[in-house]
Design a protein around this ligand. Structure first.
Ligand code: LHQ
Length: 261
């Protein structure tokens, strides 16, 4: 397996680390496909209850590897639509459809498709030095890998347009104010806090996967559709052992012990 993506399971958390620090974890074919494999592996592994996605070195991810991209363009073998369909889009969909919470620990700059990766996580904890750059416009491209979908929903159309058209650096503080980052902590505390938060999420009930689905569905459907979908998922959650355990723990005034069943 490629060492461009590191994978380690501890405390029920699959820690996935993008690992090309010399190019700020820019994504080439090798890293992209390794990342997809690792996300799928975390999905299948029953001992994994949450995923923690981060980057090695001083950056989270600088997006597509522009050096490789330039070479491909000059050799006439670049089809960016294909790159997205084969590599990035499956990664984004794999993260969103994983029935386990995904926490991004944004340890530095997240640019272009690298920012989209952070946005595709369910939650984001970031260091004070982190930033987001919708860098696409700076290299003559359009926002991709879900940027148009995530940003318009997270910060509203007007702000998303400004970020996309300027390609300016969004500080951790600004992202925190707008709710794009959920927590911002000093750099030296980032991984410890991220691991603790992810481990806590991993101890959650079976319904966590359903919650992800319900929230995504509710954000893109009518009230009538959302109500019906909630009813269907609640029926499933209501039959889970963890729901029973949750009620029993409440009545017995103790902490629940969920089994993700
Ligand atoms: C890099 C990169 C990089 C290679 C830094 N590639 N080496 C999807 C599908 C298909 C095709 C195309 O695109 C896409 C979506 C996209 O992701 S498009 C957007 C691609 N990304 C960017 O445009 C971001 C480019 N990088 C930057 O703007 C800056 O590097 C940022 C703002 C991320 C960080 O700036 P600094 O902290 O000043 O670092 P730096 O620029 O000095 O970079 C450090 C090294 O990393 C440097 O290498 P060197 O050998 O000079 O030390 C950079 O060349 C390399 N690097 N990003 N994407």
């Amino acid at each position: 397996m490629s060492d461009t993506v590191l994978y380690q399971v501890e405390d029920g958390v699959a820690v996935i680390t993008l690992n090309r620090p010399e190019v700020l974890n820019a994504v080439n074919d090798e890293l992209g496909f390794a990342l997809l494999d690792r996300i799928r592996q975390a999905g299948k592994d029953e001992s994994v209850g949450a995923v923690l996605l981060t980057g090695a070195g001083r950056a989270f991810c600088a997006g597509e590897d522009l050096k490789g991209q330039l070479e491909a363009v000059e050799q006439g073998r670049a089809n960016l639509g294909d790159v997205l369909r084969r590599r990035y889009n499956p990664i984004i969909l794999a993260l969103k459809s994983l029935p386990k919470p995904v926490l991004a620990a944004v340890n530095g700059v997240a640019a272009g498709a690298g920012a989209s990766l952070a946005l595709a996580a369910d939650l984001r904890i970031a260091s004070e030095q982190a930033s987001l750059v919708e860098a696409f416009v700076n290299v003559g491209l359009v926002p991709d890998s879900g940027a148009t979908y995530f940003l318009t929903r997270m910060v509203g159309f007007s702000r998303a347009m400004e970020w996309a058209l300027t390609g300016r650096r969004i500080t951790a503080e600004e992202a925190l104010q707008l709710g794009v980052f959920h927590r911002v902590v000093p750099q030296e505390e980032l991984m410890e806090q991220a691991r603790a938060w992810a481990a806590q999420l991993a101890r959650g009930p079976y319904s966590i996967g359903l919650i992800k689905r319900a929230m995504e569905y509710g954000a893109t459907h009518t009230l009538e559709e959302a109500l019906e979908y909630e009813a269907q998922l609640q029926e499933a959650a209501g039959r889970s052992r963890d729901h029973h355990e949750g009620m029993a723990a409440f009545v017995e005034k103790r902490a629940p012990r969920f089994e993700r069943r």
